[in-house]
Design a protein around this ligand. Sequence first.
Ligand code: NAD
Length: 300
Amino acid sequence: MSAEILDGKAFAAKVRAKVADHVGRLKAAHGITPGLAVVLVGEDAASQVYVRSKGKLTVEVGMNSHTHKLDVDTPEVDLLALIKQLNNDADIHGILVQLPLPKHLNEALVINSIDPAKDVDGFHISNVGLLGTGQKSMVPCTPLGCLMMLREHHGSLSGLDAVVIGRSNIVGKPMAQLLLGDSCTVTIAHSRTRDLADVVRRADIVVAAVGRPEMVPGDWIKPGATVIDVGINRLDAPERGIGKTRLVGDVDFASASAVAGAITPVPGGVGPMTIACLLANTLTACCRANGVAEPEGLTV
Ligand code: NAD
């Protein structure tokens, strides 16, 4: 068997087109333009790339993009003051503080100082609680993107056995909440799970969010299962030339795709969906702030 490839790049382009269409209608009917503020502290190379690409795609869908770059040694009080200013700015509907933050900054304190209604990453403790209790919230972008792909592929997820590997606050835990919300029977596996292979073999849906290159082999996958590979791992690739690298997921794509029913590739799977969902969340936040109907299918 050869798995259907779940093309996150194509699906993300569809989500962005839907966002752009709705942004156009918001402008025409209400004179409102959604605004996203991204705050970057320090010079982390990967973060700079992410922030640039977020800014570019925000503008592409017709939203206003505001990037705030702060020095690596910015005092916490200054960062909190900037967030307060953005919280009070009616033209800003979404605020994202790029993680990780430099060590001297208290990540939880910073995230929880964002107005929950503008917390487009969905990491604020209020949004975590709302999601956990099945109430309307801002939903973390990566798990939201995974859920959209799963819904698109399966239609209903009701009653399916889902295993989420990884229990981080950013991916694993909210992913499990979303799958539970869609009536899956959910297992969260992690670094202390006994006999991970056996746990994964039971799953109709496997979401791998670990950060270990190709750790899930094909013989852990139940034939026909759907595999969502969240992992992004950069490996040296001397075969491509000196100093070259390549990206791989947490799943061994070659062996897993021979067994699975459907699978996301890395790159080109979950990654593009994450930014598309950030834009969707910014639009959702803007609609809620202005009491305007939210577009269908862009949040849970
Ligand atoms: P994290 O380090 O916070 O969490 C990793 C989790 O994996 C932990 O809960 C840990 O218990 C579990 N784990 C570690 N070793 C394990 C093992 N041997 N067996 C089972 N579980 C194990 O990571 P994260 O932030 O959740 O990210 C996970 C991966 O997803 C990373 O590769 C990251 O780069 C990637 N990621 C991708 C996107 C995207 O847009 N595609 C977004 C966020 C994270």
